[in-house]
Design a protein around this ligand. Structure first.
Ligand code: 3NM
Ligand code: MG
Length: 493
């Protein structure tokens, strides 16, 4: 678990009957992990050392299966004994530095902060992240110091930014649930610093269906990050280097400009080394495959991989011919991709190229659940984000799987809408390179909402008038977001 922890959806456990009920804690934790929980804290204030150690080992086996860190509340000795990923220390618990000595430098140590002073002290003592709260009054923890609300969270975030701790991850805790998660995330955020995620106990542990509750909370966290991604594109004007087919070059460049990116349509890979150093992203669009084109793709892929910049693969028509199937295999074995985007048959082909025994049936129409399994499986195999487009778009990084229901059928009646979505997510991934899944979701949601809004304009009568209206709406969303107006986000499905 060398990669940076993801604090998007932080589950804190509770074993008391009032919250856990008659359920089995490891079962509940496993269900929550299936639903997308990204980090788990085992919290048991009353259990004996034997019980806590045994349960911690059990939970660790579960979290390891999902590649998610397990932290232990307070009991540093237990964390040391079972070798889990870290601890969470409250203000009344063992000193942070002492915990660091016992755990060593590689482990995660989080701290609770209910005020600016506590937050700054914890940062100075070397906390890896902060749990900020109590946001809302909660029956789960009755001895909370103060209820600070979203405005209190916002003040602490502001102080952290001012005092040079912008990079310390933060979650908020206390009474956070599906009905207020979006509110606390948006109301506490500023362009300088926003929460990395939410920490919850009862919203998941006491839920009838912990997996569904987790999925719902996770989509709210991801949704709340969308404006930051879109704003980052506007601020950074990232290069979107497209190696794409002639049919869509013009449209893709216009889409890139509308969302605030800087397009370059260059199919000549000799330029790729220099372009890769400009901090942008590459789109490899297989729309027209030729032997010469493949050489260029591979050279550019290697240049962007070497520069550690995002690469989007758009395997257009991947299953259509043996030439394209072979091209996909060659590209997959020539480097790594950040995002693979395609329709169902393209993604099935890419998946088949990886696991070989699968046949390709472009006519088969998978259910949403089957498509979710497909994107997750391919994302795991390739270690990247997979975006499967359709009336419902499905995205996964292998751990978190998200559906997006925005879009409009007119997108299917114009040329290059899929290709330009590739361009869009490349710009998002370039500007927001800490989390390519969130970047891809942001691009997909922005694209879909722009299409819906454009299609609803009075002057739009069909595909012809739709295209310019669509560009206008992409531009409109970007401008509104830069002004902090997020009404459009309410349309996200
Ligand atoms: N710490 P629920 S509030 C464990 O404010 C904990 O530091 C808090 O439970 C703090 O999500 C809390 O059920 C309990 O409200 C949060
Ligand atoms: Mg504590």
């Amino acid at each position: 678990m060398a990669s940076k922890p993801d604090y998007s959806l932080y589950l804190v456990t509770d074993s008391t009957p009032a919250i856990l009920g008659a359920k089995d804690l490891p079962d509940v934790v496993e269900a929550s992990l299936r639903g997308g929980v990204t980090i788990v804290q085992y919290r048991d204030k009353n259990g004996s050392r034997e019980h806590v150690t045994a349960m911690a080992s059990k939970l660790h086996r579960v979290t390891q299966k999902y590649g998610v860190p397990l932290l232990i509340n307070d009991r540093v000795d237990v964390a040391v004994e079972i070798g889990c990923e870290g601890v969470h220390i409250g203000q009344d618990d063992m000193e942070l530095q002492q915990a660091r000595l016992l755990l060593g430098p590689g482990k995660i140590i989080g701290a609770t902060a209910s005020s600016k002073d506590e937050a700054l002290r914890a940062c100075a003592a070397g906390a890896d992240y902060l749990g900020i709260g109590t946001v809302y009054a909660t029956a789960t923890k009755k001895d909370t110091k103060s209820i600070i609300g979203p405005s209190g969270v916002s003040e602490i975030l502001h102080t952290l930014h001012e005092q040079g701790h912008s990079s310390t991850p933060t979650v908020c805790i206390g009474g956070v649930n599906a009905s207020n998660a979006s509110t606390v995330l948006s109301q506490s955020a500023s362009p300088q610093k926003s929460l990395d995620g939410i920490a919850v106990v009862s919203a998941i542990i006491a839920a009838d269906d912990p997996a569904a509750a987790s999925r719902h909370l996770l989509s709210q966290v991801i949704c709340a990050k969308i404006p930051h991604v879109i704003a980052a594109v506007g601020d950074k004007t990232p290069l979107s280097h497209n190696m794409t087919n002639l049919v869509v070059q013009n449209f893709a460049a216009n889409v890139a400009l509308s969302i605030g990116a800087s397009p370059i349509m260059s199919n000549y890979a000799e330029e790729a080394d220099e372009l890769a150093d400009l901090g942008g992203a590459l789109v490899l669009n297989m729309g027209t495959v030729t032997p010469e084109g493949m050489k260029n793709y591979i050279q550019a892929l290697r240049a962007y991989n070497a520069a550690e910049r995002p690469v989007v693969l758009d395997p257009v028509g991947a299953g259509a011919t043996s030439v394209r199937r072979k091209a996909v295999k060659t590209l997959l074995s020539s480097g790594s991709f950040t995002i693979i985007k395609g329709n169902q048959s393209e993604i099935q082909t890419v998946h088949g190229a990886t696991v070989t025994q699968r046949g390709v049936d472009s006519a088969s129409s998978l259910s949403i659940a089957q498509r979710a399994t497909l994107v997750k499986s391919l994302a795991r195999q390739r270690g990247c984000v997979v975006l499967l487009t359709g009336p419902t778009d499905l995205l996964s990084d292998g751990r978190r799987t998200v559906r997006v229901d925005n879009g409009h059928e007119l997108l299917g009646m114009i040329t290059g809408s899929g290709c330009t979505l590739g361009t869009t997510v490349s710009a998002m991934a370039a500007a927001y390179d800490t989390d390519p899944l969130v970047a891809a979701v942001a691009g997909t949601v922005m694209f879909g909402i722009a299409a819906e809004t454009a299609a609803g304009r009075q002057h739009v009568r069909g595909p012809g008038s739709f295209v310019p209206a669509f560009l206008d709406e992409l531009y409109g969303i970007r401008k509104a977001t830069a002004r902090g107006e997020l009404g459009w986000l309410a349309l996200a499905k």
